[in-house]
Structure formats: C-alpha cells, structure tokens
Design a protein around this ligand. Structure first.
Ligand SMILES: Cc1ncc(COP(=O)(O)O)c(C=O)c1O
Length: 358
C-alpha cells in the first residue's frame, strides 16, 4: 500500500536502503558480530558529532532517556527551561521521579532566554539545568549554548532535549553534559532507538547519585560497553542495522552539508508562509531549523487541508494540543530535500487556491 510521504515532525521518511537493512538476519546480542556492530555505531556517532563524549544507544524512545537523565544526574534539585509541550513533559518527569524541580517557563511561541535562566539560577543550588533544544510543539529553537554557559558558571550540569534536532541542526554536543535524542526524527530512522551523549563530568556525577534505576543507569550501560561494546539488555538488533547504514549515509553527506540542507528547507517554508499571508508562530531569531510552526492567520481548516494532502500522498501535522487548527506544522527534517518541500508547498497552494483562500 502506498503511504503518504511524511512532512510531520516525527516519525519521518526512512530511506529504502535503511529500511531494507532491517531485513538482515538477527544476530545474537552476546556475539562478536554485535561487538563489531555496536562498537562501529558508537565510533560513527562520535565522528559525526565530532566528540569524545560517551555515546549510548538505547532501545527506547527519547522520553526514556529524558527520564534516565534526571535519574542519573539529580539527587534532589533540577531547574527546567521550557517553552512548550516537551519542555513541560521533562519537568513533569522530574516531578514524577520525586525531584525538587523548578521551572522557567517561556510562553508558547517564545524562547527560553539566557537571562531568564540567569535570573532564576542560584550558584550551587541546582544539580542540573534541563532545557529543550528544539521545541517541536511550537517550532522554537532555544539558545541552549548560552544557557549551558550560565549553568556551568553556576556549578550545574546541563542537559538538552535534542530529540527533534540532533542530526539535522548543527549542535556542538561538547558544550553539554547530556544530549538526548531519538531515532525517528532528523536521523530518519524508524522509532525505537534513543541516544544519550554524556560528558565525563556527568559520568563522574552519576556515580554519586542514588536511585538511578536499572534500565537507564548510565554506569551499567557504560560498564557493559567498555567490557565488550555490548548492551546490558537485549537491544533492538534490527534497528541497529538500520542505524549503522544511516550513519554511513549521514557521514557521507557530512554534518555541515546536512545542516545547510535543513536551513535551506526551513527558509523555503518560512518564505512561503509569509508570502501567502500566514504568520510564523515562533518568535523571530529563535526559529527551528527542522520544523516550522505556521500560525493559521488565514483561518483555513487544517484538518481538511491535511485530508486533501493525504489523498495526494503527503501528510503534514496539525498544531500540537491546544494549538490544533490555530497552527499547523511542516517538518523539514531527516532525508527530505528542498525539492520535496517545494512539491509539498505546490500541492498546498493548489488545494488552498481551489478553496478560494488566496
Ligand atoms: C522535543 C521533543 N522531546 C521529546 C519528545 C519525545 O520523544 P519520544 O517520542 O521519542 O519519546 C519529542 C517527540 O516528539 C519531541 O519532539
């Protein structure tokens, strides 16, 4: 069956070569083959992101590692910087794990600014500052480099949620203690794998944290990796095959070129939206490179538009939660190209012109 091409902010389109890699025979997870596969994957990830930080690939969605980060790095206190649904989720995760969590909240469509964090942070009070890098619900990209600097100056570790940006946007992972991501967005893989890129300082801290749990315990994960480049539990072997092939593709394109392709697609969508009389929901200067949230200033039915698009073999996203129908989201991440984006926008124009919207 022909499925609509995905212009939604995850899961994204998976290239055939990557999908087919999953059809290889499953291997035992305690074999030399696994050592080679997973060891190679970690090396490729370090190369792609230009880092010597520890890299862990865990069978989970990104939320698991968001929870794992809090459990590994926080005995008591954490400061969250949030500006949308996923930032709020991380704050709720900390609360659900019994941590003393404080929140710096920027309104929907606005970014968490460094001075907001600077105002709230107290030297030595917070063990961790946790901020969303790319808020998928609003299309906001937070200035996390500056926030990381403030966190470190105040003796806190810093973790970012780069679930919808790592692998598409350019992120210097070396500036952070934990970078969280997952497979189904800018990596253009199926859902099911999550990434934790962890600094030496974070690994040091985690050893002194109690109640780290079992599945996401960074100490156990790293110990097993260092023993023979394997996992403590059975990993999703087939997804690791896909990741391995996709990493070769990503390295071949190069992270800089990949980022530039994403910027190009972002500009096409932003210019199109403004030209047609829509507004951009995220504040200027803080707009996502991987997903654009368009404010529905023309009052179209987003649902009807999407239904029509699906008939034409494409799918976009309605607004998230309360932003449904007030906004819609066009993802430009993963393996999509400027030509794909122009094709999508051409179809949207045809549909909206036929409805007399413009
Ligand atoms: C910014 C952000 N953080 C976290 C998540 C949750 O990730 P997962 O669905 O992989 O658990 C998402 C998913 O859309 C996201 O966009």
């Amino acid at each position: 069956m022909e499925m609509p091409k995905l212009f939604i902010p995850g899961p994204t389109e998976v290239p055939d070569e990557v999908r087919l890699a999953m059809a290889q025979p499953v291997i035992g997870h305690r074999t030399k083959d696994m050592t080679e596969l997973y060891g190679g994957i970690v090396e490729k990830l370090q190369k792609l992101f230009n880092t010597n930080h520890y890299v862990m690939v865990i069978t989970s969605s990104g939320t698991g590692v968001m929870e794992g980060t809090v459990r590994n790095l926080v005995n008591r206190t954490v400061l969250h910087g949030a500006c949308g649904a996923f930032g709020k989720r991380w704050y709720q995760i900390s609360q659900a794990n019994g941590k003393e969590a404080d929140l710096v909240w920027a309104d929907w469509g606005k970014a968490v600014k460094p001075d907001m964090i600077a105002e709230k942070i107290v030297k030595g009070k917070y063990e961790l500052v946790a901020v969303t890098h790319n808020e998928t619900s609003t299309g906001v990209r937070n200035p996390t480099d500056e926030i990381a600097k403030i966190a470190h100056e105040n003796d806190a570790l810093v973790a970012i949620d780069a679930v919808s940006s790592l692998g598409g946007d350019m992120i210097d992972v070396n500036k952070y203690d934990v970078v969280v991501s997952s497979s189904q967005k800018a990596f253009a893989l199926p859902p099911g794998l999550a990434f934790a890129i962890v600094s030496e300082a974070a690994m040091e801290k985690t050893k002194s944290v109690e109640g780290r749990g079992y599945y996401f315990d960074f100490v156990t994960l790293l110990k097993r990796y260092e023993k023979n480049k394997q996992h403590p539990t059975t990993p999703a072997v087939s997804l690791l095959y896909a990741l391995d092939v996709q990493l070769d593709r990503m390295l071949k394109e190069g992270m800089q070129a990949r980022y530039e392709r994403h910027v190009k697609m972002m500009k096409i969508v932003q210019e199109w939206a403004k030209k047609r009389g829509f507004a951009l929901f995220a504040e200027e200067g803080y707009r996502s490179v991987t997903v654009t949230t368009v404010e529905n200033t023309l009052g179209i039915s987003v649902k009807e538009l999407n239904d029509e698009l699906v008939k034409r073999g494409m799918r976009i996203s309605n607004g998230y939660g309360d932003l449904k129908e007030k906004t819609f989201r066009i993802a430009h991440m993963g393996e999509l190209t400027p030509a794909d984006i122009r094709g999508l926008l051409g179809e949207i124009d045809e549909i909206l012109e036929a409805k007399g919207v413009y």
